[in-house]
Write a protein that binds this ligand. Sequence first.
Ligand code: UDP
Ligand code: BGC
Ligand code: MN
Length: 323
Amino acid sequence: MFVRLWHRSFYIHDLLAIGLLITLIVYLALPFRFASHYEYIDGSRIEAALIPQVTRNISLQEVFECRYVEILEENRFVYNLAHYHEAVHRQEEIRPGGEFRPEQCQARYSTAIIVPYRQREEQLHAFLTYMHNYLRQQLIHYRIFLIEQFDHKPFNRAMLFNIGAQVAAEYGFPCLVLHDVDLLPLNSGQMYACTELPRHMCSALDHWRFRLPYRGLFGGVVSINTVQFQQINGMSNLYHGWGGEDDDLYERLLAMGIDICRFAPEFSEYTMLKHKPERPNENRVALLRAAALRQHSDGLNSLVYKEVERRMHSLFTHVLVET
Ligand code: UDP
Ligand code: BGC
Ligand code: MN
């Protein structure tokens, strides 16, 4: 009896040891698969990291520049504020096309928020209500562009971002936030403005139990300067269906020697509204392998689409496109 028990515990210990050894080998071989620790910009350094840039038409209209230091110092958890979800408050402040700029001071940042979209009505409603309440407390100048795929081909998220970036550039926006419709920021201090380096904004997502699954994750919500987006030739137009296109964007940045950044986790919490998973693109791994090779021929310079309609909705600029 004693021997059998001993043998049994020896067997369990053995398995544990082998398991640990395998984990260690994988960790050493692929350190970036694990991102329990990642570098970030802490609260005291955020303001200095943001680039003051506005569209030409709004500069020098107000004498006093808006102050951002209090917003960053306060950095409140705002997702639990019921009135943020109920309705768009003081809607008269928002201009047709979903544009806002503070009246009492001059904004230091102008940001185009680009949302790729098709058939997510409930999420869109929640997004617009919450985001207009959320964004106005940041005292920035912003405009929401909804880029809707009109055709029935597989969804092409990256191509919709290319289109959105092009439209936003027409309106003179120096900073882009590429934003899934189902993600909502929880902390008031995740400034919707661009940093010198492209920024992964939703690094503490509830869906991932507030942890970053891998260091190269650059999807969900990211900010990037319009000029940088143009330098990397935008995103690939070839990802039809779910997955990989955000990893491709990360590869493009790497290939051009552009690193990414993140804010501290207490600024980067997001929630994802519930939905069924989309059908993965079978081709995504093969495409990703050649991301850097295709970068200069596949992107903004090869973008072909048809704009079906552009309409100024009270809460967003609606661009309906055929891909
Ligand atoms: N999306 C959409 N309709 C679709 C598929 C995707 O509007 O049929 C947009 C939407 O903005 C969504 C984003 O693409 O948030 C990313 O897709 P999804 O949420 O399915 O991917 P996840 O990040 O959850 O894996
Ligand atoms: C996919 C990405 C996705 C990530 C997180 C990766 O395997 O390629 O597109 O954003 O998983 O879901
Ligand atoms: Mn989602």
